[in-house]
Ligand binder design. Structure first.
Ligand SMILES: [Zn+2]
Length: 324
């Protein structure tokens, strides 16, 4: 499903009664998310709502907790979800600032005696990882189909997606907070093999876990790079590992380029090239590229033309490269 095609809330919403004043923190979770109440809680960074809903931001493709320190997005650019799995199923990725994997979860679910509450606790205990959704349904004395229907009505996704997101978020947390070897993290997160684990992380979050974190700590002396380049590479890896630079295309390209340019040793050419290749920014322009200069000179195109190709300068660059 494309993010832009989503309705305002990803699960059915009943018309909300008029609300005055700040919303009260709900006592028990309910299937309906009231858009206005959620938006007010988001704008106020109201900690009482942490874990009760998640905000998908259409312009960045990222989902956040209500307490996220990032600037509050415009109303038209947000979608609300009851569960991180629903946000991920809709194509959003977890925010690196507020880190949904650290969310306290919905306290209402811990005490709920109904089927979805009990199922969520069993999923937390790893029942789906061990026995599959069929095993979970058996434990609850219901059919797979019935369980799935309840989950979709309440959370917007089925139990399998919830279990998968739980595993991935756990892995993400272990990777950031512990020095466990990747293999142990994969095991702890209930993913059979390292290869499967990397594939799952790449699919869900756009990166394979060993890359940036490990590169930042690795001995880069044997790569045949100059001392200066090693320093640049390490500085870049550290910033990517800390989440300051996002190379998976989820951050605004202009912001990524500005942050890349702040890394000592990265100039406009490198930043433009990364924006083109990694961020797939259609307007990226590797400034100062020799091949481009040569092709433009040969075709009699002046520098003042470059601005006219916005916002498609990356396509112009591709064309010029292929023409030279
Ligand atoms: Zn956030």
């Amino acid at each position: 499903m494309s993010i832009a095609a989503l309705p305002a809330t990803a699960i059915p919403v009943t018309p909300a009664p008029p609300v005055t004043g700040p919303p009260a923190a709900p006592d028990a979770p309910s299937a309906e998310l009231d858009f206005d109440a959620c938006y007010r809680a988001l704008a106020a960074r109201d900690a009482r709502f942490d874990g009760r809903f998640y905000t998908g931001v259409l312009t960045t493709g990222i989902y956040c907790r209500p307490i996220c320190p990032a600037r509050t997005p415009a109303r038209r650019n947000v979608r609300f979800f009851r569960h991180p799995a629903a946000a991920e199923a809709a194509g959003f990725r977890p925010c690196k600032r507020c880190r949904p994997e650290l969310s306290p979860g919905d306290p209402g679910w811990d005490v709920r005696a109904d089927l979805v509450g009990r199922a969520l606790r069993l999923i937390d205990d790893g029942v789906v990882d061990d026995c599959g959704v069929a095993g979970l349904a058996r434990r609850l004395h219901v059919t797979d189909r019935h369980l799935r229907r309840l989950f979709v009505a309440e959370l917007g996704v089925g139990p399998r997606s919830v279990a998968r997101t739980r595993r991935l978020l756990l892995a993400k947390r272990l990777l950031t907070e512990t020095t466990l070897p990747i293999g142990d993290v994969a095991f702890a997160a209930g993913v059979g093999s390292l290869r499967q684990f990397n594939a799952a992380m790449r699919e869900a979050y756009g990166f394979a876990p060993p890359a940036a974190e490990r590169l930042a700590d690795a001995d880069l002396g044997g790569l045949g790079l100059t001392e200066r380049r090693v320093r640049t590479l390490r500085a870049l890896a550290e910033r990517v590992a800390r989440g300051e630079i996002d190379l998976d295309g989820a951050q605004d390209p202009a912001e990524v380029i500005a942050r890349l340019l702040a890394v000592p040793g990265i100039g406009p050419w490198t930043a433009g090239y990364i924006a083109m290749r990694a961020l797939r920014d259609p307007d990226a322009w590797p400034d100062g590229d020799l091949g481009l200069r040569r092709a433009m000179r040969r075709l009699g195109i002046g520098d003042d033309e470059i601005g006219r190709w916005r916002p498609w300068r990356a396509y112009a660059a591709q064309y010029l490269w292929s023409a030279s």
